[in-house]
Design a protein around this ligand. Structure first.
Ligand code: NIG
Ligand code: FE
Length: 425
C-alpha cells in the first residue's frame, strides 16, 4: 500500500538525528526496553500517511528512485526526529478546573480529604455534567492541541467524569471525535445519587456498558480506599471483558488493595500508578504480561512517593509512562515533561523513557502501527529542536518541539520567529 503509484510523499531531510526504539516485539522489557537505534544525518520518507523508508542521507537518492508521487520536502537541519509520542493514560475529557483545590492543597488539605468532602473527582463530575456534548467535544479538542504541541500524536482518554449514562457516552463520543482512543472509566467514583458502590455498579453495568462497549476500546476502574474495592473492581472488569473491552486498572496509587493480583488474574493490559507498590507486587507484575504504567507527573503534582520504576525495570517488568492529564492530580499534558521526570525522578535511562512513551504505550492502547520510526508504521513524528534526541528528556520543560507530523502531514509547527535551532545549520 505504501508503494502504490502516485500519491503524496513527505520527505524530512538532513535531520541531525533520528531515534527510534530498536527492534523487538512490544511490550519491550529488560535490555530491549532501553535499546535505541540512532541514525545521524538522516531522512524519513513518508507516503500516504505511512513511513516508506528512513536512514542516512546517503541512501536517499536510491529511496527516492524506488517510490514516486508528488514530493513535499521539510528541512530537518538542526532537528532530531523521534516517533510521535503516545500518551496511554489521560483524563482529557473534563470541564472546569480545580485551581481552588490546588491552592487548598498548598495550605495543607490532602487530595483524599478533598475527595471525601465531596470535592475532588466529584467536583469535576458536576462541571462535566453541565458542559453538554458540544462543550465536552471542544474541551477534548483543546486538550489535544495542548498535547500535540508537546509531541504527542496518539492519545488515550478516559470518561469517568460523567458517571451518568448521558455524560459517560457523550464523553466517549467526544474523545473519538477528537481522534483519541476512548476508555470507559465507568468505575471512577460513586456519584452522589447512589447509596453505595454496588448500587452504582448495578446501574453502570446494565444501563451504560451495552452502549459504552460500542464506543470504547477499554475499560478502567479506580481500585482504592474510598473508590471501588477489589470485589467491586473484579465484578466491573469481568463484565467489561465479557462485553469485549480490554482491561486497565488504576491501582496502588495510595494504598495496595490487590490491583496487581487482580490485573494478572483477569489478563488486564495494564495497571497504572503503582506509587504504593511493594516488593511482592513488583515481582508479580514483572512475571506477568501486564504493563505497569507509571505517572510521575501525578506523583509530583500530589507530592507523593514516586513509583518503584527502577525496581520494576530491573525485575523485568514491561513499563510505559504517561501524563495522567486531569484537573485534579496531574494538570500536565506534556509527555515531554513526563519523559524528563522519568529520567530525573524514576531513574530510567533516556532510551527506556523513549520506549516507555512510544512503542510500549502504543501496546497498552492496542495501537500496533504507531510508536516507532519503521517502514509501514504510521508517519507520526515529533521533530525536536535539539542537536541530540536525548534532549527529549534533558530539556526539562523546554520549548523543545519544533514540528509535529501526523499521518504524513504537518499537524503543528512552532511559529518561525520562535525557531532558534541549537547547533549547526
Ligand atoms: O489517575 N485516581 C484517580 N483518578 C485520577 C485523578 C482524577 C481527578 O483527581 O480528577 C488519577 O489520578
Ligand atoms: Fe488516571
Amino acid at each position: 500500500m505504501t508503494n502504490r503509484p502516485g500519491g503524496r510523499r513527505l520527505l524530512v531531510r538532513d535531520l541531525a538525528q533520528l531515534a527510534t526504539p530498536a527492534g523487538g516485539e512490544a511490550p519491550l522489557r529488560g535490555e530491549a526496553l532501553g535499546a535505541v537505534e540512532v541514525v545521524r544525518d538522516a531522512y524519513v520518507l513518508c507516503k500516504d500517511g505511512r513511513i516508506t523508508s528512513f536512514g542516512p542521507m546517503r541512501g536517499l537518492d536510491a529511496a527516492l528512485r524506488e517510490s514516486d508521487g508528488e514530493l513535499e520536502e521539510l528541512d530537518g537541519r538542526g532537528l532530531c526526529a523521534v516517533p510521535g509520542l503516545v500518551d496511554c493514560h489521560t483524563h482529557a475529557c473534563f470541564a472546569g478546573d480545580r485551581v481552588d483545590e490546588f491552592e487548598l492543597r498548598a495550605t495543607g488539605a490532602s487530595y483524599e480529604e478533598l475527595h471525601a468532602a465531596g470535592g475532588g473527582i466529584l467536583a469535576t463530575v458536576q462541571a462535566t455534567r453541565s458542559a453538554g456534548e458540544a462543550g465536552l467535544a471542544d474541551a477534548v479538542r483543546r486538550h489535544r492541541r495542548w498535547m500535540r504541541r508537546a509531541g504527542t500524536t496518539t492519545f488515550e482518554a478516559k470518561s469517568g467524569y460523567g458517571l451518568d449514562r448521558e455524560t459517560e457516552l457523550a464523553s466517549l463520543r467526544a474523545i473519538r471525535e477528537a481522534g483519541g482512543i476512548p476508555t470507559w472509566l465507568g468505575a471512577h467514583a460513586v456519584p452522589p445519587e447512589f447509596a453505595d458502590a454496588d448500587a452504582y455498579l448495578d446501574f453502570a453495568l446494565t444501563e451504560v456498558l451495552p452502549e459504552a462497549t460500542r464506543l470504547a476500546a477499554a475499560a478502567d476502574v479506580f481500585l482504592e480506599e474510598g473508590a471501588f474495592n477489589v470485589d467491586q473492581a473484579r465484578r466491573y472488569l469481568t463484565a467489561c471483558r465479557a462485553a469485549g473491552l480490554a482491561l486497565r486498572l488504576h491501582g496502588d496509587q495510595f494504598t495496595e488493595q490487590g490491583a496487581i493480583p487482580l490485573a494478572t488474574e483477569l489478563g488486564a493490559r495494564s495497571v497504572d500508578h503503582l506509587e504504593a507498590t511493594g516488593e511482592a507486587g513488583i515481582r508479580m507484575l514483572a512475571a506477568s504480561d501486564v504493563v505497569g504504567v507509571l505517572l510521575p507527573a501525578s506523583a509530583l503534582f500530589l507530592d507523593r512517593r514516586m513509583p518503584p520504576a527502577r525496581a520494576l525495570v530491573d525485575a523485568g517488568a514491561a513499563i510505559a509512562i504517561a501524563t495522567d492529564f486531569n484537573p485534579g492530580s496531574s494538570f500536565c499534558e506534556s509527555l515531554a515533561v513526563v519523559s524528563s521526570l522519568a529520567v530525573t525522578q524514576l531513574h530510567l535511562t533516556p532510551g527506556q523513557a523513549l520506549s516507555a512513551s512510544t512503542v510500549n504505550a502504543a501496546f497498552v492502547v492496542g495501537a500496533r502501527d504507531v510508536g516507532r520510526i519503521a517502514t509501514g508504521y504510521a508517519a507520526d513524528l515529533a521533530l525536536l529542536d535539539a542537536p541530540d534526541w536525548r534532549y527529549l528528556t534533558y530539556h526539562l520543560g523546554g520549548d523543545l518541539v519544533a514540528t509535529v507530523i501526523e499521518g504524513g502531514e504537518v499537524a503543528w509547527s512552532r511559529a518561525p520567529e520562535r525557531s532558534e535551532r541549537i547547533g549547526p545549520r
